[in-house]
Design a protein around this ligand. Structure first.
Ligand code: NDP
Length: 243
């Protein structure tokens, strides 16, 4: 059975990716930082799909944590065939008010975290001579966004990382792609006022915010054989916001 490791899988987009891949027959390892009731329910939901579900604790910004939870996954599930680097945070602020720590924290989780997990997973994929990595970037990593110098820099960094790694490991039959979601309804965007959400939706060509399923379905495609000739790409999932 193929194994997928999803970071930050306790809620939102990561949770939906874990569920969707489970429905497609993958054994799932969910990395989490904070244990919550949702995680227990998710594990039960995944196991109802007749696949295994392992939950592995660790902060992606801490290299040793990643070393440990990657090893725990391989020890328990046998391999890692798919890695989805999903864990991410925002700390939005105009640069005039942004503290150095606010910048560093976002880079540490989103970009360095992606490196930390990938660095620990890649030796197994190299040995297996196959693998699939999907990194969750963002449209603001391409377009930029006022108030998000830290976040958009981290997400732009993920795009460069994706393309460079795709070139490094293609000869070993390892594909590396990124997705760039627009506004997706999760706890990350919950704090926006309803009027602001309506205003955002008005300016999206498809006239709605996205759902975690919209992202999970593209990730499912990117890790499947249906996309076997695609690597080093960034796919926008944004209702046409950025063309
Ligand atoms: P949520 O805030 O709903 O979920 C984020 C997840 O990441 C949580 O499970 C969180 O766990 C986990 N996480 C955060 N920091 C760490 C860490 N250091 N180590 C391990 N896990 C961590 O966000 P979304 O589901 O909306 O976002 C998922 C990804 O999609 C992110 O990378 C985000 O940047 C990206 N994205 C989201 C968009 C949106 O509109 N929602 C748009 C574009 C991109 P915990 O409970 O411990 O905080």
């Amino acid at each position: 059975m193929a194994v997928a490791l999803v970071t930050g899988g306790t809620r939102g987009i990561g949770k939906q990716i874990a569920l969707t891949l489970a429905k497609n027959g993958y054994d799932i390892a969910i990395n989490y930082r904070t244990e919550n009731e949702e995680l227990k329910n998710l594990k039960e939901q995944i196991e109802q799909e007749n696949v295994k579900c392992l939950t592995v604790k660790g902060d992606v910004s801490i290299f040793e944590d990643c070393e440990n939870f990657v090893k725990e996954t391989v020890d328990n599930l046998g391999s890692i065939d798919v890695l989805v680097n999903n864990a991410g945070i925002t700390k939005d602020m105009l640069i005039m008010r942004m503290k150095k720590e606010d910048f560093e924290q976002v880079i540490d989780v989103n970009l360095v975290g992606t490196f930390n997990v990938t660095k620990n997973v890649i030796p197994y994929m190299m040995k297996a001579r196959s693998g699939n990595i999907v990194n969750i970037s963002s449209v603001v990593g391409i377009s930029g966004n006022a108030g998000q110098t830290n976040y958009s820099a981290s997400k732009a960094g993920i795009i460069g990382f994706t393309k460079s790694l795709a070139k490094e490991v293609a000869s070993r039959n390892i594909r590396v792609n990124a997705v760039a979601p627009g506004f997706i309804e999760t706890s990350m965007t919950d704090s926006l006022k309803d009027e602001i959400k309506e205003e955002i939706a008005k300016n999206i060509p498809l006239k709605r915010m996205g759902k975690p399923e919209d992202v999970a379905n593209v990730v499912k495609f990117l890790v499947s054989e249906d996309s076997s000739y695609i690597t080093g790409q960034v796919i926008n999932i944004d209702g046409g916001m950025l063309m």
